[in-house]
Design a binder for this molecule. Sequence first.
Ligand SMILES: [Mn+2]
Length: 298
Amino acid sequence: MTHILHFIGAALGCGTKKPETLEGPEALYHTPFLKQLNNLGYVTSWEDTIVEHNPNKIQAGTLESLSVVHDFNHRLAHTVDDSLEQSAFPIVIGGDHSVAIGTWSGVIHHLNAEGEFGLIWLDAHMDSHTPQTTPSNCIHGMPLATLLGHGEEELTHLISPKAKLNPKHVVLIGVRSFEEGEQKLLENLNVRIMFQKEVHQRGFQACFDEALEIAQKGTKGFGVTLDLDMFDPRFAPGVGVPETDGALPTETLPALQGLIQNPNFKAFEVVELNPTLDRDDITLTLLQDIIASVLQKS
Ligand SMILES: [Mn+2]
C-alpha cells in the first residue's frame, strides 16, 4: 500500500511560557528528511504550516492567549481534515502541545468519531488541567482535558460542541510530573495512566501494546500524540519543560516501528521541539528517528 504523507507544521508557541517552541516545525522543514522519506517509497509533501496569529501581542503562557490558541486550532483542524479527505496520512509537527486540540478535533470530525476514537498520549505530564486548576496558566497544560470536554467552551467546542474523546479510549504513557487538580480529573474519569514507574517495571513495549488494545477496542481508529518531553532530557534536551528519569529512545523506538501499517492508525503528532534549547540537534535528530521508526516498512 502506498502511503501519501502530509506533513503539517503547527507553529504555535503561546500555549507555553517559552514561545520559541513555535520554531519547531521550521527546524524540521529545513532538513533533507522529507526527501529521504520519498526514497523509502512514500509520496511525501510538506502540506502547510499553520502560523500563530497574535495581532494584539498577547503574552504567551497566559489564559489571555485562549483566543489565539482557538483561532490557530480552528485552522489546524480544517487542514488536518482536508488531508484525510485527500486520503493522506497527516503527520503534525508542533509547536506547543495545545496544537493537539486542533489536530485531534480535525481527525475526529473527519471520521465522525466523537467519543469513538482512541488516543495514546506519550508525555512526561498529564496536560489535563482546566483554567480552574492550572497553577501555570499555560494552555499547553490543558489539551487532554479539553479534548475530553473539560475546560473553556471556546476550546472544548472547537468544530463541534461534543466532547471529542471518551475517557475509556484514552491512555497516557510516561507520566512523572503532575499536579493534584489534573490527576483528580483523570482519575474521576477513569483514564488509564501508565506512570513512568510502570514503564520502567514492565518495559515500554508491554505498555504500548496494552495502550494499542485500549485505543482500538470499540473505536473507529486511533492516533498517537508524542510530546518529546516523554524522553529523558539526555536524549531530548530541546523541550520547554524537561523532566528527569524519562523514556529511552532505544526502548521506545522499536515499539513504534512500523505502526503506519496498522490500518486503524489515522494520524501522528510530535510536539514541543524548542530548537533554541536544543544541543547539537540532538532533539531534532530524535524527532526524525521517531518518525522514521513509525514509517518503517517491514
Ligand atoms: Mn504535553
